[in-house]
Ligand binder design. Structure first.
Ligand code: ZN
Length: 270
């Protein structure tokens, strides 16, 4: 860019500026074209856009809000798309896009973003949903489903493959993890040919049958509500069977691969 007064080639320089934004004065470092001869400053439209973002980032930092860069980095660390983050934080995806471009989020939305991005277990809980395996709880939850569905999910048949029971447990654990930060049973799940299934179900089945639901940690109100929603969403075995086969988190896995709880944000049916 050339100086409009003397035609000299202008230098691109980082300058220190203060600006008042939403009643707060912040210092930031925009890039400006500066004429080495007369000192006049200018901005190109692209520069103006990045400088605007620097100003809002400085404001967010001063106000203790997550900056756009922090949001993008934390989201990528979790392997989430913008849609995933919107869903977990319960905000609009258009808002996530704007905040990542520098728009300033409200304090309430900032807290929702922080809860979604930081207040839930990460990798070490990927396979058990953040609690130790409880066979008593698996049995308790299957009985609760059976009561609400008015049919047996756990049979005494020697050939029972937990075909439907495994899917009710899968949704219960995954939805609970997504919404409360903790699964219900501590089970891990695998992508098997007939859908998502409790990992090692054939070895666990006799243990679940002899488990003691009364000895299990009682279900919380939130867990009861999740079980209720799953029951309403899948009143029949065929409905849960079909829905689970449409889940990308199952379809995309090779047979036998574990389905991490972090995939719960990408469930489609619930
Ligand atoms: Zn000049």
């Amino acid at each position: 860019m050339r100086c409009p007064h003397d035609g000299r080639e202008m230098d691109l320089r980082k300058v220190r500026r203060t600006a008042t934004i939403r009643g707060r004065t912040v210092t930031y470092l925009p890039n400006r074209y500066v004429c080495p001869k007369c000192g006049i400053e200018a901005e190109s439209p692209e520069l103006a856009a990045t400088n605007q973002k620097r100003l809002s980032e400085a404001y967010k930092k001063a106000e203790g809000l997550l900056t756009a860069v922090q949001i993008v980095e934390a989201r990528r660390r979790r392997g989430w798309t913008q849609e995933d983050l919107a869903r977990v934080a319960r905000v609009g995806v258009a808002s996530v896009k704007r905040w990542e471009l520098g728009s300033i989020q409200s304090k309430a939305n900032d807290e929702a973003l922080r809860r979604a991005l930081f207040d839930r277990p990460t990798d070490e809980h990927a396979w058990n949903g953040g609690r130790p395996l409880s066979l008593d709880r698996m049995r308790l939850i299957l009985e609760r489903f059976s009561q609400k569905l008015r049919r047996r999910l756990l049979t005494t048949r020697s050939k029972d493959k937990l075909l439907y029971a495994g899917k009710y447990l899968f949704y219960a654990d995954m939805v609970a993890f997504r919404e409360t930060g903790r699964g219900m049973t501590g089970a891990s799940y695998a992508a098997l040919p007939h859908g998502p299934q409790v990992n090692n179900y054939s070895e666990l089945l006799p243990l679940i049958r002899s488990a003691k639901p009364n000895a299990a940690e009682p279900l919380t109100d939130e867990e009861e509500r999740i079980i209720d929603r799953i029951t309403k969403r899948f009143p029949s075995n065929s409905s849960i069977y079909e829905a689970s086969h449409l889940e990308p988190v199952w379809r995309e896995k090779p047979t036998g691969a574990l389905i991490p709880y972090s995939d719960s944000v990408r469930l489609k049916a619930l």
